[in-house]
Design a protein around this ligand. Structure first.
Ligand code: COA
Length: 255
């Protein structure tokens, strides 16, 4: 059985983790397939411009590492799995495609780390998130200690990671851990809003924000300038101006 159920809605794809019985936990097979799908939508064609990633059922978005599989793995196998997971999450960030996590249920450990690697997070009002690793004698190994403080700040990240506590939608929204509280239709609507815009511009804006945040301000502004320059020669920029003058919606081609 495929690890993901893939549905196509024009330039938006919805990827549903197909593992309800194990609460959509991150198995080796599942992360391997995720890596292939990320590579597919990040290729030169760029027909897909936004992905909504969610989990099957209502109980879990992703219950983190597959703890049953983990119990059978050697230390070397755990290390190899974490490398695969880290590379896959990084590929999501480096992709020009916009990734939205719809957190339909519990997202613990690696489940929260998967959501953190996405560009935007929409959370069901009954869902819970948490980096619960210290309760299992480990620390987050899929980027959680790095991405969470970048998103919510050092103090809130330490609160969540040191206690391993679970947060509901209201607190997650207040912390800035999620962008919106809503349902799958809200997540799909947001994705459609994104793909209406010029594809190259959205991809460049993603890199300007993500890469720029790692730089000091002047270097970040210089990065923005370089990326802006790349929009100047595009057909889509001219189409944006023409459509404005003609009072019609633009038809972007990603060129
Ligand atoms: N890995 C493997 N299997 C998992 C799993 C995981 N991370 N989380 C849940 N499952 C399995 C359970 O073992 C159970 O299998 P079984 O039917 O063979 O006994 C099944 O999924 C349902 O689990 P259950 O706990 O009964 O479901 P629930 O809907 O009441 O609760 C969770 C769902 C996600 C809240 C709960 O399962 C949970 O807290 N899981 C552990 C999360 C965790 O600690 N992740 C690791 C962080 S590093």
């Amino acid at each position: 059985m495929a690890e993901f159920n893939i549905e196509v809605f024009g330039a938006v794809e919805r990827w549903t983790i197909n593992g309800e019985a194990r609460r959509n936990a991150l198995s080796r097979a599942m992360v391997g397939e995720l890596q292939q799908h990320v590579a597919r939508v990040s290729g030169a064609e760029r027909a897909v411009r936004a992905v909504v990633l969610t989990g099957a059922g209502t109980k879990a978005f992703c219950a983190g590492a597959d703890l049953k599989e983990r119990a059978t793995m050697s230390e070397d196998e755990v290390r190899a799995f974490l490398e695969l997971l880290r590379a896959t999450l990084r590929a999501i960030e480096l992709s020009d495609c916009a990734f939205l996590a719809f957190i339909n249920g519990a997202a613990f450990g690696g489940g929260t780390e998967l959501a953190l690697a996405c560009d935007l997070r929409i959370m069901d009002e009954a869902a819970e998130m948490g980096l619960t690793e210290v309760k299992l004698g480990i620390i987050p190994g899929g980027g959680g200690t790095q991405r969470l403080p970048r998103l919510v700040g050092k103090g809130a990240a330490k609160d969540l990671i040191f206690t391993g506590r679970r947060v509901g939608a209201e607190e997650a929204k207040a912390l800035g851990l999620v962008n919106r509280v809503g349902d799958i239709d809200d997540a799909m609507h947001l994705a459609r809003n994104i793909v209406e815009n010029a594809p190259l511009a959205v991809g460049l804006a993603k890199h300007a924000i993500d890469d720029g945040l790692e730089l000091e301000l002047d270097a970040g502004l210089a990065l923005e300038q370089r990326l802006y320059q790349r929009t100047l020669g595009t057909e889509d920029r001219l189409e944006g101006l023409k459509a404005f003058a003609e009072k019609r919606p633009p038809v972007f081609k990603g060129k």
